[in-house]
Design a protein around this ligand. Structure first.
Ligand code: FPP
Length: 256
């Protein structure tokens, strides 16, 4: 009975979206609350991260199914190194676990292309190899792009972009005194695909926490109290419906 009700709500929300109208093309997610999810169940925090990885896998599939073209996931921040070594090591080990053959096969079946953003050189060799492997094995895909933010920080992104910009321009003997916003942002880790239309954060926190500081300048923000491992399709639909309603209101305000 309960299962039936949940399914009905889910489809009602999906039906309240105009799928030919304004749909976010690029969604970014701050997957927060794994630790609290586990602690509330009397489980170690690692169990929360494992469950979070499964939800991440399902979310990639849901976004693909619903026509989202880019998905950026905040998986490991520059601040996350401050956590106990055991927890850091566990989260990092999940990357290798994620890049099992089965996952790569699924990504390829769904035509999904994987990218990593952030300074991945700080990760162990084995992890970097796994990252390069999944990027290489999915690089020919032309469907949805998934960006995993790993050792990513928005401030660090801006600083590394400034350094690269100067380096490239000095190499080519170009004048660095004039720079446009459009030119600058191509040097960010997100390259030619910078701005999320919709940024979701789970677990009730309402901060940007150094995620996509430049790129999220005009993003619609959507928050839920639900912990990341419990994120589901119904919540994804709610966020898309709210995004669409806000955008429609903004259009109505301009035209009336
Ligand atoms: C935030 O919850 C979550 C993280 C720091 C890690 C997120 C990682 C994954 C979902 C898996 C990553 C896997 C791959 C393959 C990239 P939290 O620990 O801050 O939760 P809390 O705020 O309740 O403590």
């Amino acid at each position: 009975m309960k299962r039936h009700r949940v399914h009905k709500e889910k489809t009602d929300i999906a039906h309240s979206i105009d799928w030919n109208g304004l749909i976010p093309k690029h969604i970014a997610i701050m997957m927060d609350g794994n630790g609290r999810w586990a602690t509330r169940r009397g489980l170690p925090r690692s169990a929360g991260h494992y469950a979070g990885m499964q939800t991440m896998r399902e979310t990639i599939s849901m976004c693909h199914k619903n026509g989202i073209t880019s998905l950026t996931l905040y998986a490991f921040s520059t601040e996350n190194w401050k956590r106990p070594k055991e927890e850091v090591d566990y989260i990092i080990s999940l990357v290798v676990e994620f890049v099992q053959d089965a996952t790569v096969q699924e990504l390829n079946q769904n035509n999904i292309k994987v990218h990593f953003i952030g300074d991945i050189s700080r990760f162990p060799e084995e992890t970097q190899e796994a990252m390069h492997k999944v990027v290489k094995l999915t690089q020919a895909n032309s469907g949805m792009a998934v960006y995993f933010a790993m050792n990513y920080g928005g401030k660090n992104d801006i600083v590394q972009a400034i350094k690269s910009y100067i380096e490239v321009n000095i190499e080519q003997n170009k004048d660095t005194s004039e720079i446009s916003e459009a030119e600058f942002e191509t040097f960010l880790y997100t390259g030619l695909n910078p701005a999320p239309d919709l940024l979701i954060r789970t677990s009730g926190e309402k901060r940007l926490s150094n995620f996509l500081l430049w790129q999220a300048a005009y993003s619609e923000l959507w928050f839920t109290d639900v912990m990341w491992p419990d994120f589901n399709e119904q919540l994804l639909y709610e966020s898309i419906r709210d995004y669409q309603q806000r955008k429609q209101r903004a259009l109505d305000d301009i035209t009336t």
